[in-house]
Design a protein around this ligand. Structure first.
Ligand SMILES: [Zn+2]
Length: 359
């Protein structure tokens, strides 16, 4: 499906921790790869990074965007007996936070720990034992005897990620930590690579942007969109595949793993650019899925579309099961299709491409 080198890049990206606000390790992997074919690689003070293909000064510029950060935890308090209490970074789920192996990322490297889980035999059922914990109840045990010993290894404010990496459940299905949205960084890099190989068909300038700090508010995308000032944007992030047991489709819609990229409609999504990408999908005889956005897309699209005088944007989502858990699961068939859809959409753009709802 992918060349060996591309596969290696994906896997290296997936195993490199990049918790929100501490993304530099992952960004170095991403820029190292993109640097091999981009005309220009840039990064800003907070660590968002972009790779550009320059066609000409007087043609439109399209931005491809994904976020590079992953959710995690952060060291908040260390008790006298050496236990580390944490808070969440981004939308981490406290209900799955117990009994996990974690890595604490310190200035001296990784410190291993486990999140404590009181044994089922000892749980005080009358006083909340066995119930869903809150973040204030989650603690990490790093094997330190006391606070002093813990502080020799770990500081308040060190970020934490789960130790899980990834597995292929089948030839097609990939499962792991932080596919949200490392897989997006992989996809926009592949689109840029494809476009570089097909430069003779390319009519516009292209910038692929891998943004920091999406999980806490879409901040990196905002900063870099202002700097790059593109004429339009194709954004990719994960969306909920709702084809697993117990999800109400009347409430959440139906998106299936392996049925193709999901086009988002409404909110920040510009109707004309949505239509344009859908037409490209039809021309390529691709299977697309559809989702309605009521208020916010919950992605960087919300940060990009209203920058400066407005940047027509569309979110093209990758279906993902078990979002914000260490077993996020996606289909490589969808990954491949999304790369193709983005690549062909950019190639279909005219040198003076604009999107205007009233024209
Ligand atoms: Zn995301």
């Amino acid at each position: 499906m992918f060349l060996e080198k591309e596969q290696e890049f994906l896997e290296e990206l997936l195993i490199t921790p990049s918790p929100t606000g501490f993304e530099s390790a992952g960004q170095k992997v991403w820029t190292g790869y993109v640097d091999e074919f981009a005309d220009e690689v840039q990064s800003d003070a907070y660590g968002s990074a972009s790779g550009k293909l320059n066609t000409s000064f007087d043609v439109a510029t399209v931005m491809l965007e994904a976020h590079c950060d992953e959710i995690g935890m952060i060291v908040q308090h260390i008790t006298e007996d050496g236990y580390i209490y944490v808070n969440k970074l981004g939308g981490s789920d406290s209900t799955i936070a117990r009994a996990k192996r974690v890595n604490i990322h310190t200035s001296n490297g990784i410190v291993s720990g486990v999140t404590g889980n009181t044994a089922i035999h000892l749980q005080d059922k009358k006083n909340g034992g066995g119930e869903q914990p809150k973040w204030k109840d989650i603690y990490v045990d790093i094997g330190a005897a006391n606070k002093e010993e813990a502080l020799e290894l770990v500081q308040i404010g060190d970020p934490i990620t789960y130790a899980d990496d990834f597995d292929y459940l089948s030839d097609e299905i990939l499962s792991g930590r932080a596919l949200d949205n490392r897989i997006g960084g992989f996809m926009i890099a592949q689109v840029l690579k494809n476009l570089n190989e097909r430069r003779d068909e390319l009519n516009v300038n292209v910038v692929a942007l891998n943004s920091v700090q999406e999980e806490v508010g879409g901040y990196g995308a905002r900063m870099m969109s202002y700097r790059i000032d593109p004429d339009m944007a194709l954004v990719t992030d994960v969306t909920h595949a709702t084809d697993t047991p117990g999800i109400d489709h009347k409430e959440h819609g139906l998106v299936k793993l392996g049925n193709g990229p999901a086009m988002q409609h409404g909110g920040a999504n510009h109707p004309k650019i949505v239509e344009f990408v859908e037409q490209v999908g039809k021309d390529q005889e691709m299977s697309l899925q559809h989702e309605a956005t009521s208020v916010r897309t919950g992605t960087d699209t919300d940060s990009i579309f209203y920058q400066k005088t407005g940047i027509p944007s569309t979110l093209i989502s990758l279906p993902l099961r078990y979002m914000h858990s260490p077993v996020e699961t996606a289909s490589m068939k969808d990954v491949q299709a999304l790369i193709e859809l983005m690549t062909e959409s950019v190639l279909a753009m005219a040198p003076d491409q604009t999107f205007h709802v009233l024209k």
